[in-house]
Design a protein around this ligand. Sequence first.
Ligand code: ADE
Ligand code: ZN
Length: 326
Amino acid sequence: TALETFVRGLPKAELHMHIEGSLEPELMFELAARNGVTLPFKTVDEIRAAYAFSNLQDFLDIYYQGAGVLLTAADFKDLALAYFRRLAADGGTHAEIFFDPQTHTDRGVAFETVIDGLVQGMEEAERTLGVTSKLILCFLRHLDEASAFATLEQAKPHLSRIAGVGLDSSEVGHPPAKFARVMQAARDLGLKVVAHAGEEGPPAYVWEAVDILAVDRIDHGNRALEDDCLTARLVQDGTTLTVCPLSNLKLCGVSDLKEHPLKRMLKLGLKATVNSDDPAYFGGYLLENYVQTAEAVGLTRDELVTLAKNSFTGSFLEEAEKTERV
Ligand code: ADE
Ligand code: ZN
């Protein structure tokens, strides 16, 4: 369609994408066979049929299970490269990808294996596709502070490859304040700080991310709109929100894409961006998120350009690069 062609032609960065969430069922089977791992599914169709979620936890349970096929550096490299090919096909030119080391180290996969494989994929993507990328290490918030600190310790020899830290996994019951000290320690190491907040959790969690963690970006942030004072604060600070429309739909944060707050966010003056979150599980990569949302809520060409520009101004690229690459 004309809309698709227009959006594909806009240079875009993706700022909210969990690399484990880009594991397509086909690759899951390939890696399971390669590594001698048994999956509880027999066919790709059976896996896709299981991807009907009613909330975040529902999804997380199956997402952590899927990640169990990732064992070697080659697996992580293949996973990353497959994602970068999809991104390039969508007209994406830069990505800041999340990875969840604890999901792997808790299964006996070394931190080094994960990061070495991902970095190999990132370097090959830059060489062969011209797509640049950065890594954001996410702490699993359903685990405790000590486990996050142990993970940060493992990251220390690799800080030149890591742009920032984030918080993901089960939000409700695990407010940002739980990780205040480890996020401060990460900042002291020169890392950027982001956090999922307001995906399912209340506005109070977004306040904590802003006031206690002093985040550089908010991941999702949808529920911030329930609090006018908080919304005004995010507008005033120019805080980038990494919004994930198809994820919100699949995890039942909105009942219909037509109800999605993206257009409202832009009208309020929030620095919203469009992202895919876990594209293999939510049925759409970056371009699909732009196009389906544009059709559902009626985004203008100007608004689409703004979203694409916000993805660079909200990125962790050098200031000069942000303006050169839009
Ligand atoms: N991990 C992967 N995707 C996530 C999401 N949307 N929210 C929280 N944790 C996640
Ligand atoms: Zn996410």
